[in-house]
Design a protein around this ligand. Structure first.
Ligand code: NAD
Ligand code: 6OD
Length: 486
């Protein structure tokens, strides 16, 4: 592969416990590789129950210390400062995020790192405005609620948007006064390691923010730990189910953002220019590794041919390549394991007699790295595995429809319920149709347009609870209702 700059940089990752970087007690590490070059990026400390326990003890102690008693304004200023320091280090963080994930550098910079900073800015402001409830009961009593942190929270995250998603949990957790133990994905450990130091540099006291690296077993040590009060998890649906079982004996508070198989529904009266431009993004951005990507595309029959022709032409223009080349649209998939999973679905589509309008194979011209061509498949029925299962790669299926009723049935015929996009110029239909979709998020004539105050999350097998604004804040808070008899 041609590269645009020297990327032989190495970054070893240690745990961060009680304000210091530490190795595992038994010295265990694992290797982290660059998915675009297959070169070693560094060694990562592999934590077990011992390191998780140390981090939880540090977090518990820190709750009772300065952090637990810090005036609101001071805590808000520290949280804002974390956002500032992220932006100060934006180029470095973007570079490391792209090395670790394989995503294009322009995307890391403009979306991942920018949003990571904004997560802190948003909650630094939000925490200074939020109130609680109070009720006057005639002349009998006043009831009012007092907000407290939940305590020690475990934050477990996936590899697709590593810093973006970790900060989406850490920012509200800190804003609500909690202390945290973060468990980043073993596939992308780098930026969380740096985030811990950034928090310290911003003035977060030792023990408030901790990182323990490792695989699923490390996460499991956190979910079953009896001194952890809540777990916020983003990842696969089956992992969510395992965590729910593991957390049951200690009755932890749980928030889950899980998998999706999101539909895009395109009616004939939609603005086709806008549809094509946005559908290219919603299909292939971040190599299709965004939980909100619209991987099932339904198109009303009168515009089916036009859509396919224009969408195929635009997809063929996408450049698959070096994440550090500014012209790259689609980088490398995150790991060999994930690459093999995505390729296995392309084999399934062939067995199911799908027609490939683009792609259908690993991208050519790369001796190393996990590159897959953006792939459009038609001719698959509603029971096809490629239409029903989450592939989480640059692969979409396109299916025509004739009536609103018929497409609604297909849209909702899934265990998933994360998001959907509806494209129509008819406001009445937009309102009627979007209200009937079984998903936590529906975008009309757009995709992934975010306002951090809105409820974010999935229904059915796509999640438990909502994040965003008041929803995050409530998850990371406990309320005590106090009744004052008059
Ligand atoms: P994953 O479930 O395999 O891993 C996620 C995290 O959980 C990792 O840190 C992993 O080490 C940890 N983990 C694994 N087993 C565990 C266990 N038994 N106990 C505790 N922790 C455990 O997911 P992934 O492959 O890293 O990420 C891709 C998935 O994430 C996709 O399904 C995608 O849809 C989903 N996702 C959802 C959202 C959302 O907002 N709904 C956002 C991003 C990604
Ligand atoms: O925008 C967000 O807040 C969010 N959590 C996005 C998740 C994207 C999943 O890949």
């Amino acid at each position: 592969m041609q590269t645009t700059e020297n990327r032989t940089e190495r970054m070893d990752c240690s745990h961060f416990i009680d304000g210091s970087y530490v190795q595992s007690g038994n010295g265990k590490t694992f290797e982290n590789t660059n998915p675009a070059t297959e070169e070693l990026l560094g060694n990562v400390a592999e934590g077990g129950t011992e390191e998780v326990d140390q981090a939880v003890r540090a977090a518990r102690k820190a709750l009772k210390g300065e952090w637990g008693n810090m005036p609101l304004k001071k805590r808000s200023n520290i949280i804002r400062k974390i956002g500032d320091l992220i932006l100060e280090r934006q180029d470095e963080l973007a570079r490391l995020e792209s090395l670790d994930t394989g995503k294009p550098i322009w995307l890391s910079k403009s979306v991942d790192i920018d949003r990571a900073a904004n997560n802190f800015y948003f909650f630094a402001d939000y925490m200074t405005t939020v109130g609680t409830e109070a009720y006057q009961q005639d002349d009998i009593a006043i009831h009012y609620a007092v907000r407290k942190p939940v305590g020690v929270v475990g934050l477990i995250n996936p590899w697709n948007l590593p810093l973006f998603l970790m900060t989406w949990k850490l920012a509200p957790a800190l804003a609500a006064g909690n202390t945290a133990v973060m468990k980043p994905s073993e596939v992308t450990p780098i930026t969380a390691t740096i985030l811990a130091q950034i928090c310290k540099d911003a003035g977060v006291p030792d023990g408030v923010v901790n990182v323990v690296h490792g695989f699923g077993e490390t996460g499991a040590a956190l979910t079953s730990h009896d001194n952890v009060d809540a777990i916020a998890f983003t990842g696969e649906t089956v992992t969510g189910s395992t965590i729910m079982k593991a957390a049951a004996p200690t009755l932890k508070k749980l928030s889950f953002e899980l998998g999706g198989k999101n539909p895009n529904v395109i009616f004939a009266d939609a603005d086709m220019e806008d549809v094509i431009e946005t559908t290219i993004r919603s299909s292939f951005i971040n190599q299709g590794e965004v939980c909100l990507c619209g991987s099932r595309i339904y198109v009303e029959r009168p515009v089916y041919d036009e859509f396919l022709e224009r969408f195929t032409a635009k997809t063929k223009e996408l450049v698959v390549g070096d994440p550090f080349d500014p012209n790259t649209n689609v980088g490398a998939l995150v790991s060999e394991e994930h690459y093999n999973k995505v390729l296995s679905y392309l084999d399934i589509a062939k067995e199911e007699n799908g027609t490939f309008l683009t792609g259908g194979k690993a991208a050519e011209g790369f001796d190393k790295g996990y590159f897959v061509e953006p792939t459009i498949i038609t001719g698959l029925g509603k029971d096809s595995r490629c239409v029903r299962e989450e592939i989480f790669g640059p692969v979409v299926t396109v299916i025509p429809f004739d009536t609103e009723e018929e497409v609604l049935e297909q849209v909702n015929d899934t265990h998933y319920g994360l998001s959907a996009s509806v494209w129509t110029g008819n406001v009445k239909r937009a309102t009627r149709f979007s209200g009937q979709i079984e998903a936590g998020i529906v975008w009309v004539n757009t995709w992934f347009l975010r306002d951090l105050r809105t409820p974010f999350g999935g229904m059915k097998h796509s999640g438990v609870g909502r994040e965003g604004g008041a929803h995050s804040f409530d998850f990371y808070s406990e309320l005590t209702n106090i009744t004052l008899k008059m």
